[in-house]
Write a protein that binds this ligand. Structure first.
Ligand code: URA
Length: 194
């Protein structure tokens, strides 16, 4: 465990623990406010993310930013966004369990240092790794689970919403639930951003 953000970042930038390291252009460490009370966790970088080094910058990311904006959340102000794996799986395949396992300590370390009150998992892979392996996103999205004082919630992955736009209103409900929860338990999430 690294105790400073800079140490964590510098060491993560040198990672070659799994085979994803070989083909990457960039390690996608994360983006946002490391003092945020709310953290979003996706699956892994896609092509645009690999090329830019930033999470959620492709079409799915643009949709995510729009949905966040509706509930006054902004990656440049009051949240932090990272992924289960920090390097792009080839052809956007799901990250393998062993890749997730080898990478997850970076995210665990980030989470320890950020110490968020709420973690939102974007999509099944993230929710299965962080909340519970058998989670059923279609039934259990929008539900808050508590673990060691942190609230965990899954919502549909924005890329899944691009494929099935009919699910957008249901997903948006999750963001409204999130906003209510933030208003209930968070101290700075909205004040810091204004
Ligand atoms: N999908 C993800 O899960 N993460 C990203 O960073 C981009 C797309």
């Amino acid at each position: 465990m690294y105790t400073t953000w800079n140490d964590l970042y510098d060491n993560c930038m040198r990672c070659s623990k799994c085979e994803l390291a070989a083909a990457r252009h960039n390690i996608v460490f994360g983006v946002g406010n490391p003092n945020a009370e709310v953290m979003f966790i996706g699956e892994g970088p896609g092509e645009q993310e690999d090329l830019s080094g930033n999470p959620f910058v492709g079409r799915a990311g643009q949709l995510l930013d729009k949905m966040l904006a509706v509930v006054d959340l902004d990656r440049n102000k009051n949240i932090y966004i990272a992924n289960i794996v920090k390097c792009r799986p080839p052809k956007n395949r799901d990250p393998k369990p062993e890749e997730q396992e080898l990478c997850i300590n970076w995210l665990r370390n980030q989470t320890k240092l950020i110490h968020p009150k709420i973690i939102v998992c974007l999509g099944r892979i993230s929710a299965a790794k962080i909340i519970k392996p058998d989670i059923k996103i279609t039934r259990e999205h929008g539900i808050f689970f508590e673990r060691n004082g942190t609230l965990l919630m899954a919502t549909l992955h924005p890329a899944a919403l691009l494929r099935n736009p009919g699910n957008k209103p249901a997903a948006m409900e999750d963001y409204f639930k999130l906003r209510s929860k933030i208003q209930e338990i968070c101290d700075h999430t909205y004040t810091e951003s204004q």
